[in-house]
Design a protein around this ligand. Structure first.
Ligand code: ADP
Ligand code: ADP
Length: 229
């Protein structure tokens, strides 16, 4: 797994409003770190900065000791699996969308990823199975189905760093639990950042970072946070 270090990160979308006001935290290799906090706190912004949708304005982000600014976007994205809340799929087949995670994958590997993402049976029920076009007239995937395709893609990609940004928010808790335990199964010491508000999503995290108005206001294990009240 990768080590992620945020050090005094500052960021704003608009000149007149600072969104991240000096955010520092560390995700050690193999850790699952939950980022929680009220809506608007800046949680998704952290994910977007890590994936280099935006450049930071102050401070630094390092992955395995390397400053984000010194890594090409291409090589950075090759090592990160990012599952956003609102997944946009390619207007292509379900199989293509999953295979995008690792273009050389065999069909058996694609199907295994789909099983782990709890989507295999659903895909088989489609008119042409994995060859069904996701944008085909009459076939609209639900938000939860899209999320699971994106998760299957990430399982296939098997990155050292996984970012789940409300990635299971559209799923019922039983399906979510199945996917989270599947992700642990294929873990390989992966570092995971999970942004979520449901307790069931973050309950097995090694550490919790509480963000409020662009600042880390608490950081620690569940037990430590509970003990502090
Ligand atoms: P969270 O994930 O904690 O709900 P976000 O990181 O999505 O918070 O957003 C933090 C703040 O930044 C919010 O006030 C939001 O309105 C603002 N924001 C998010 N995206 C943009 C954008 N593209 N342009 C301007 N402001 C944005
Ligand atoms: P790369 O540099 O790896 O080609 P991209 O920016 O093209 O990265 O895509 C990064 C990730 O975002 C992909 O792995 C994919 O999951 C997702 N993605 C990007 N664009 C789309 C799109 N148009 N439809 C679906 N998923 C997309």
């Amino acid at each position: 797994g990768a080590e992620v270090v945020f050090d005094d990160v500052r960021f704003r979308y608009d000149p007149d409003r600072e969104i991240l006001k000096g955010v520092s935290f560390t995700a050690k290799p193999g850790e699952k770190v939950a980022i929680v906090g009220p809506s608007g706190a800046g949680k998704s912004t952290i994910a977007r900065i890590l994936y280099r949708f935006y450049d930071l304005e102050g401070g630094s982000v390092r992955i395995d000791g390397q400053d984000l600014r010194d890594v090409t976007q291409r090589s950075l994205r090759a090592s990160i699996g990012m599952v956003p809340q609102d997944t946009v799929l390619f207007n292509d087949t379900v199989g293509y969308n999953i295979r995008y995670g690792r273009p050389g994958a065999t069909q058996a590997e694609v199907e295994r990823a789909a099983k782990l993402a709890q989507i295999h049976d659903f895909v088989l029920s489609l008119p042409k199975g994995y060859d069904t076009l996701v944008g085909e007239r009459g076939l609209k995937l639900s938000g939860g189905e899209k999320q699971r395709v994106a998760i299957a893609r990430t399982i296939l990609k098997d990155p050292p760093l996984l970012i789940l940004d409300e990635a299971t928010s559209a799923l019922d808790s039983t399906t979510e639990a199945g996917i989270l335990s599947a992700l642990r199964e294929v873990e390989n010491g992966r570092t995971t950042l999970v942004i979520a508000h449901r307790l069931s999503t973050i309950v097995d995290s090694d550490r919790i970072v509480v963000l409020r108005e662009g600042r880390v206001v608490e950081e620690g294990t569940h037990d430590a946070l509970l003990a502090r009240g």
